[in-house]
Design a protein around this ligand. Structure first.
Ligand code: PAN
Ligand code: ZN
Length: 187
């Protein structure tokens, strides 16, 4: 019997992933049209600006029943008007599929919304652990001045449904008021 060398790597400090199964994607502002409330502020900004990046470790094919995916999301600091940079957010295609998030660095908010559009929000900070139950849409918001880095683990058959969020959005937004992050209802 031979012992295999570990080729897949996860940096415990930074959340950086590397190896055969690691892939990286980036979201620029121009890919987030309609996500932020202030369309005028959005139009005045540089569409090339990087808003967030996701590294994912996918050792099985998307859709494989029973498998797991593992990822690191980095949301850069910034605002569109008074609204902080954030992810698009999604429900899972298989609505019952849950997910774990954990804070690695930076400060932010995890916004959750159920299918009746009821929102709750959790503070994300280094070491915070978040169990996102099934049937909940989830979005990360960077309320700090440095990168918000968050780890994630989800089922390889969960899938991502962005459509309903693109159409109706979340029923709450996190805005900067007098330098502080505040949660505001928005229908
Ligand atoms: C995360 C998210 C990641 C980017 O890995 O996919 O934070 O957010 P959007 O997918 O909403 O653009 C996750 O929740 N996976 O299921
Ligand atoms: Zn998810």
């Amino acid at each position: 019997m031979t012992m295999k060398k570990a080729t897949e790597r996860y940096d415990l400090q930074t959340g950086e992933l590397s190896g055969e199964y690691a892939s990286h994607s980036r979201k620029k502002l121009s890919q987030l049209k309609g996500v932020f409330a202030d369309g005028t502020a959005f139009a005045a900004m540089d569409g090339e600006q990087l808003v967030y990046e996701v590294s994912a470790h996918m050792a099985v094919k998307e859709g494989t029943p029973g498998g797991l995916f593992f990822g690191t999301s980095t949301i850069h600091p910034g605002r569109v008007g008074n609204e902080y940079f954030m992810t698009k957010g999604h429900f899972h295609n298989k609505r019952e599929c849950a997910e774990y998030y954990w804070g690695i660095s930076g400060e932010g908010v995890l916004l959750l919304m159920d299918e009746n559009r009821r929102c709750t929000a959790e503070q994300v900070q280094p070491g915070s652990l978040h169990y996102i139950g099934g049937y909940l849409a989830h979005r990360l918001i960077n309320t700090g001045e440095s990168d918000l880095v968050v780890g994630a683990c989800w089922g390889s058959d969960a899938g991502h449904d962005y459509g309903s969020i693109e159409t109706a959005g979340f029923s709450a937004r996190v805005l900067c008021e007098n330098g502080k992050a505040v949660l505001k209802e928005s229908h």
